[in-house]
Structures are given as structure tokens and as C-alpha cells.
Design a protein around this ligand. Sequence first.
Ligand SMILES: NC(=[NH2+])NCCC[C@H](N)C(=O)O
Ligand SMILES: O=C(O)CCC(=O)C(=O)O
Ligand SMILES: [Fe+2]
Length: 344
Amino acid sequence: MATNFKSLLPVIDISPLVVKCDDSNMAEDADVAKVVRKLDKACRDAGFFYVGLILVGECGTDWSWNIGGSYKEGESDMSNQFFELPYEEKLKIKIRPAAGYRGYQRMGLNLTSGKQDMHEAIDCYKEFNEGKYGNLGKVLEGPNQWPENPQEYKELMEEYIKLCIDLSRNILRGISLALGGSPYEFEGKMMRDDPFWIMRILGYPGVNQENVIGCGAHTDYGLLSLINQDDDKTALQVRDLAGDWTPVIPIPGSFVCNIGDMLKFLSNGVYESTLHRVINNSPRYRVCVGFFYETNFNAVVEPLDIFKEKYPVKGTSQVFKRIVYGEHLVHKLQTTFTNLVEHS
Ligand SMILES: NC(=[NH2+])NCCC[C@H](N)C(=O)O
Ligand SMILES: O=C(O)CCC(=O)C(=O)O
Ligand SMILES: [Fe+2]
């Protein structure tokens, strides 16, 4: 992987995790242990890091792609093609509450802390059977909406999602070890055997003025986010421990990975979900795909016993109430899309 990019965030080659993914004794492997130490430091510091994958592993998936690279070879062009379509064309897959908040959202529809974000997007969520999550889940019921053109877009993105799910699971095994648990604290029991996911294909207009907010400061909602950004524009910024905004300079062939709110809760606050925002100061259009790997939709999330024992709470500021992930998500949707309810 290229090393001539100056970034303040660590780059972690996670291939040992992928190679050892089926080995329950993976923690004893020296290469895995090294990755785990790096993950722990990255998660305690910024909560943001780059992941790379150099080896070809075997995990029931074709890993013979350089992370993010397969997307950039084809689908990225298709995302650009979609956003270049006339507005009326894009509206054919318009996001609506009745369509489970899935589909195309115009520039400025998404609100963060009540302010309009200068991005447009296609939002997708894991599809599930009607009624599966009762009233709460109803809000998100419906098939994802894909454009008719380009035709192969849907199929390719669905492949991409599978890879992201696999990759997220492997990284989380490393994070689970980094927290001092088994590799499997974030799967299986505790209702995390049917992980929910979100994917947002984002387009940010090029600008001629400074500091147009593409996406306001927020934390992500779930366990782990994988950000696949254009290689030639720096727009994503992370708030570091000192409270300064650090640019996340793209590193070709890598994903940017960050911690979401659920991981913060489950880890008893040992790892934080870090604030980040997007400002595309480039005159050119920027496309980015965010993949968000979550707990089960109906998971009750609270600090895991193992982490409460390992990391006793100091003071009262760190006491986490139990929450249901789906409630957290639906609440976020309602504050993000307040303008949508009125017009549809
Ligand atoms: N699904 C997301 N990660 N959305 C990011 C946008 C931030 C969203 N508007 C919020 O206020 O939380
Ligand atoms: O565009 C990006 O780089 C990140 C987008 C993001 O933070 C989000 O959608 O949650
Ligand atoms: Fe985000």
C-alpha cells in the first residue's frame, strides 16, 4: 500500500485477521496480535483508522480485491453516472417514508443538528420481511430502490455489500480481541446474529466557496463504518482528542473505518464513536459510499458484562442506559428527515 500519504490516522493492514478468520485461537498468532494492538491504539485515540488488506485470504469470500478497489473499478463510475442524471430521473426512486426511507434524497434534504447538508444520496438498508420488527421496524419496511440505469448497478452494489459485511465482521473480531474479549463478543449471542446494515451512496457538489457543509458533525449509529471515498479529494474530517478537525486524506486502496455508537455502548465507553463531518472544498463533485455495519435491528444494547468487569466505570459520567438499536436508528431518521414527512 502507498505510504507516501501523510495522514495523522493509522493505517492498519488487517490481512492477518482475514487469514485467521476461522481460527478460534487466532489471538495466539503473532501477526494477529500485532494487528490487535494497533486496533486498540487506533480505537482509543481517534476512533478512526484506515484499513488495508494485502493478502488474499479465504473466508468463504473472494478476497482477491484490494479493499475498496473493486468498487472503484466499476461501481464508482455508476454512482457518478447516477448523480449526473437529470433531477426528474433521480426522483423516480425518491426517498419516502412510505418506501421505508429508502431511495434517492435531493441535495439539502438531510439535516444534521437541524441544518441542511449539502449532499444528495441513495440510502439503502438491509431488507427484511414485513412485520419482522413490529411497529418499530415498519418505518423501514420496503425494498431498496435502484435506478433502472445503469442496469448492473444494483447487482454490483449487492456484491459490494456482501464483501463489506464480511470485512466488518473480521475487523470486529480484531476489535473484540483488542478490548480483551474473545474474538466473538460482537456476534452470536446477545442478539447480534442477524446484523442490520445501512449503505449510503453519497454525492457532494463541487464548490467555489469555502466551508460549505456537506455533512454536519455527527457520530455514526451502529458498530462499525467503512467509508470508501474518492482518491483525489480530501473532504472528510475527524475531531481528534484535542478537539481539532483532522482531514482524512484519501489513501487509494484503503477503506476508512470508524466506530459507531453501538460499539461505544457495548465496550462500556472504552472506545468512543468519534464526531466527524464532511466539507468538500474541491470544485469537483465528490462521491463516497458509506457502509454501516450494525447490531441486530432489535438488539438491546448495553455494556457487555465482560467489559464492565475489565473496565469499571469511573464516576457517573460513563453510565450507559440500555437502548434498542432500532429505536436509536428510527430516532435518528426522524431528526434527519423532518422535511420529508411534510412533503410526501
Ligand atoms: N446514516 C448516517 N450515518 N447519516 C449521516 C448523516 C448524519 C445525519 N444527518 C445525522 O444527523 O445523524
Ligand atoms: O462522505 C464521507 O466521507 C462520510 C459520510 C458520513 O460520515 C456518513 O454518511 O455518515
Ligand atoms: Fe458518518
